[in-house]
Design a binder for this molecule. Sequence first.
Ligand code: ZN
Length: 104
Amino acid sequence: MGSIKENRWDCTECGTNQARNDMWFEGDICGECNQQELNTKKKDLIEEKLIDMFDRIGIQTPSNLEDITQYCFEYLVIDENYNVLSDLDLQVAFAFKLWIEEHI
Ligand SMILES: [Zn+2]
């Protein structure tokens, strides 16, 4: 028989005390932190794709790369298998095209 204390756990990321049924990833980080971590990974991947694209078309990485990355991130709906999507290059290129149309 577990006490109330045993049915709760602290997120190792944000330290928030969580109820057992909020458990995520075997109880070490909460759903919110997990989502943030996924978002960070997605943004890093998008940024990587953008830099690749700039390299390919021979332009220097723009100083506002972060803004462009954020724009593309918000535009793109990438599922949890984002890293195996073969057309992510195209998705990022398309999102960048929209950014250009909005900003130039
Ligand atoms: Zn957390």
